[in-house]
Design a protein around this ligand. Sequence first.
Ligand SMILES: *[C@@H]1O[C@H](CO)[C@@H](O)[C@H](O)[C@H]1NC(C)=O
Ligand SMILES: *[C@@H]1O[C@H](CO)[C@@H](O)[C@H](O)[C@H]1NC(C)=O
Ligand SMILES: *[C@@H]1O[C@H](CO)[C@@H](O)[C@H](O)[C@H]1NC(C)=O
Ligand SMILES: *[C@@H]1O[C@H](CO)[C@@H](O)[C@H](O)[C@H]1NC(C)=O
Length: 968
Amino acid sequence: MEHHLLCTFSSFLFLFLFSYIPITSQLPYGSSSKQAHNYSNVSCVENERQALLQFKHGLTDESNRLSSWVGESCCSWEGISCHKTSGSVLKLDLRNTLPPYFDDNDYFKNRLGGQLSPSLVNLTNLRYLDLSSNNFSGIQVPAFLGLLKNLRYLNLSSAGFDGEIPHHLGNLSHLRYLDLGDSGFSLRTKDLGWVAGLSSLEGLVLSSVNLTAARDGLQSINMLPSLTTLDLNGCGLFIHPHLSHINFTSLAFLDLGENNFSNYTAPPWLRNLTGLHDLRLGGNDLSDPIHGLFDQMTSLVYLDLSSNRFDASTLKSLCNASSLTYLDMRFNNLQGSIPSEIGQLINLTYLDLSGNNLQGSIPSEIGQLSKLTNLSLSDNELNGTIPINLGQLTKLQAFDVGDNSLTGVLSEDHFAKLRELKSLDLSGNSLALNVSSSWVPPFQLHEIRMGSIIVGARFPAWLRTQKEVWELDMRNASISDAIPSWFRVLCHNITSVDLSSNSLTGNPLEFKQLKHRPSRYRYREIFLSSNKFDGSLKSLPLDISYLDLSHNFLTGHIPQLEVGQTSVVQSLLLNDNRFTGTIPEDLCKSENLSELDLSNNLLSGSVPLCLGNLRDLWLLNLANNSLSGQIPSSLGNLWGLLGLHLNGNKFVGKLPTSMQNLSNLRILDLGDNGLKDIIPAWIGERLSNLKFLRFQSNNFHGAISDTLCQLSHLRVLNLAHNNLSGFIPHCFNNISAMVSGLDDNRNSNFSQESLQDIKGGREVEYSPGSLQFVKSLSLSANNLVGEIPDEIMELVQLQVLNLSQNHLTGTIPDKIGNLKQLETLDLSMNEIFGAIPESLSDLYSLNSLNLSHNKLSGPIPSGNQLQTLTDPSIYEGNSGLCGKPLPNNCWEHKLPAKNGPIDDDEGHSESDWSWFYAGIGPGFAAGLSGVLGILLFKKSWRYAYFKFIESACDKIWVKTTRPRRNFR
Ligand SMILES: *[C@@H]1O[C@H](CO)[C@@H](O)[C@H](O)[C@H]1NC(C)=O
Ligand SMILES: *[C@@H]1O[C@H](CO)[C@@H](O)[C@H](O)[C@H]1NC(C)=O
Ligand SMILES: *[C@@H]1O[C@H](CO)[C@@H](O)[C@H](O)[C@H]1NC(C)=O
Ligand SMILES: *[C@@H]1O[C@H](CO)[C@@H](O)[C@H](O)[C@H]1NC(C)=O
């Protein structure tokens, strides 16, 4: 999206440059169309008038732009200019001039569409044709345009044309400017040979035309000696390293961004283009070019080298190019410090070195670049303080040093002369802001990004002077204060406010809905999570698309909506507060709601049936409340749901069969309820995208259905603490995510620190960051019988295997040593007999083991990781076992017959667990992770959550806009 906007922006700039192309000076009516209308009283040529009417007839014109196209004097019609004496039509300009703001319907309505009538060829004197920014969706560029022999200017950009570009356009030998750009890769040409016919061409724009199949590369374009402008951005063109002789040496503008350069090297012939003013090579992964590539380009003013792999030597060599006003080298391979020679680029207005690996301090020479308007050094490893003389850059509008390791205290002096500043990004540094409470900054900022620096303790009073803010990020900024009442007013005009992870107190903002909100507020976002807000909410601000009040101390009921209020809320996160009462049915009126998190509150009552009307919902998290009743069958209407968390409530009864419609579900957590059902076959058969399935601590009974084995993406299966009976299925080796791990996004170890021990070691929360990598199977505390199936030993990705507290018999399979990733193995409290296989010592990652209270016998294997597991309780209650860490030595122990059951004199009672929880010692938390793992959320985890359900992410990104820092 960002990229798309950038493209659009650059093409705008470009059109702007070209709207003054000297073509019009060739026309008899001078350069402005206003003058042209002076001749509108000439009578137009009847044949041409008919041709125009016929042309209009083919068009669709939703906004009725062509309403003036009636009557006799066609020269006065909208978009038409005629020759002053002959009355012949010279110019047809039907460009849609409205700006394409993406939530602005007017732009779309104003687009012409339909068919292009061949009657146009009767406008034999036509010199200028502009049909750009319209919507001729899917039709081809008509070949008859090649018959308009007098055309000087042809612009078909952003007009929705599709398919192969007709070679007939190559007949337009007088054409000076041709723009077929921004078709979104739907226009294509297999062969650029036709271009060579455009012998008068000065400007050629083919940006985002699909040229991947154009094998002749730039050869045909090289036939155009008058070319001054060439835009091939995003064409996928193969750029040859060699061109025998360079014809287009008059080029002033060249955009070769996002193409395919041979060997990722800038070709040597670029060096000959000594007249270039504007060179754009972004997004090509180019490595450092042959030495001195830019040395001869002494006229270079604008240089975009972003998203390549140029290193610091290129930057240094550019420091001689003192004509440069614009230098973009973000996302390259710049290392080391910023050369102090950068101070020689005295004409720079725009400098972007963000997203590199620059170290050292910011050279004070940058403070000499007195014309700078935009300075971005973000996302590097810069340290030291911000030079105070940057405060002398009086023209600076955007200053971005976010995400570095800068230190020091910023005072009012740093900003004293930055009168023009609109965008300030200091976030993610060890900076502190120290300004007086009466400070009146010289600027009026639009964007304030001060996340994770020290802004507080007091709420920044200077914000009150900032009347034009539309984005404010002061998350984690060490503010411990109440939100002042004046901020509540200011806040109404801000599109995105992030004050999360501070210690803000009091009642959060009183949200009032504005009557006439400009459309830019449609995506308004407010993040206030992880503060100390308390009290109750009077109203819900449903004119906000993303509202996060999670992790506060809010009490009272979730407020009702005001009558007649229309809701645009898409994400409503009220989790981890102290809300009481029921879930209001009113919420169901928020028909755009896509993310609803009410977990970890004190809500009671039943789930409103009407939640099933929220068809856009992809996350519904009601976990850990006191909700009761049955799971409403209407939830089965939420077919877009990716995550459903109903765990930790008091739900009873059966699973509604309508839930089998939730085929997009990735995460289903129904644990810790009173559900009483069999495990329905449709879970395995219909919910085929499930990655996480947790039914722990309910009353599920019956056998474990073989159909669960069809869930090939499953990473976590937790059926512990139910009444399941029968055998463990032999088909678990069909769950390929546990077998191959091919489902993984990254190959990383399940990191121990990402598990957090909460509630006295009994429950363990998975951060979704670790969830991506967790593979866990837990069937403990059921009534399962039979042997441990050998097939389980094929689940080589498993990190957690817990089969404890069942009635399993037989021996531990020898192949247990295959489960190399295993960190937790719990087989305790079964009736497993025989010797412990030696291969257990192959489990190098094992850090939690429990084999207690079985009928195991013989010597305990030693060596490797097993040697570190020295707690004797791991093995206790197996009277036949001997050797370390048990006190009895094997030589004094009667060796049991191999595989023979040994009586366990101690026995154990199923209901007395106190010893179990008490005696197991360290590693217990991890040991239970597969059993009790539940998903709890922190804001910072949301990104990981998205990743876990990755395949559906595209959809989510479209729906939720987030400030960029939040996902870093
Ligand atoms: C052009 O005009 C002639 C008559 O002047 C007419 O016969 C012909 O159909 C027109 N061509 C088109 C394509 O409309
Ligand atoms: C680009 O065009 C070629 C044929 O010219 C076609 O094979 C290819 O699929 C196109 N690429 C895209 C992304 O449309
Ligand atoms: C340069 O342009 C001329 C005239 O268009 C053409 O004849 C010649 O072949 C071109 N040279 C190359 C190397 O393409
Ligand atoms: C590509 O670059 C590598 C390393 O710079 C070089 O060795 C190789 O010859 C180049 N290949 C071509 C086809 O130019």
